[in-house]
Design a protein around this ligand. Structure first.
Ligand code: SF4
Length: 146
């Protein structure tokens, strides 16, 4: 397994229209590549440009949380993001794959999303998400009040 740390230029991706599966307007991949290594994963397709051996190697956006803060902070944006669901995770890397235990990017992203009051959806097949149940409960309560 090869871990590659990179500095990302941006984190949030804005969809052209609200995603019909996850009713999200924005999405983010904190990791590229996924050691869950599902045989059917889209991330294997060349069009997704995942570096290295898919299923073995993972690229970590080590500055993801700093960039995300810049993107979510309405004071730093001429046109702030609209309040809408943000999807954490996607087709090129599970946000709760084992490397999350070391980097904690998903947890720190959830904390920021909570701070800026955005609702969130998380796509994962990992029970590692249970480590963040406290923050997820907090976020769920906020969404229930919307
Ligand atoms: S991104 Fe999802 S589908 Fe792809 S290998 Fe990881 S867990 Fe499996």
């Amino acid at each position: 397994m090869t871990i590659r740390e990179i500095e990302a230029k941006s984190i949030l991706r804005k969809y052209k229209k609200i995603d019909s599966w996850f009713i999200s307007r924005y999405g983010m991949n904190l990791y590229r590549g996924c050691t869950h290594n599902c045989i059917y994963c889209d991330g294997r397709a060349e069009g997704y440009y995942v570096d290295g051996e898919f299923g073995e190697d993972v690229t970590i956006k080590v500055n993801a949380v700093e960039i995300l803060r810049r993107e979510l902070d309405p004071k730093r944006k001429r046109a702030p993001f609209k309040r809408s669901f943000i999807m954490i995770g996607g087709g090129v890397g599970d946000s709760y794959q084992p490397i999350e235990e070391k980097y904690q990017l998903s947890r720190r992203a959830l904390e920021l999303v909570d701070e800026y009051n955005f609702p969130v959806h998380v796509l994962t097949k990992s029970t590692l998400i249970k480590k963040d149940i406290d923050i997820l409960k907090k976020l769920t309560k906020k969404v229930e009040r919307l």
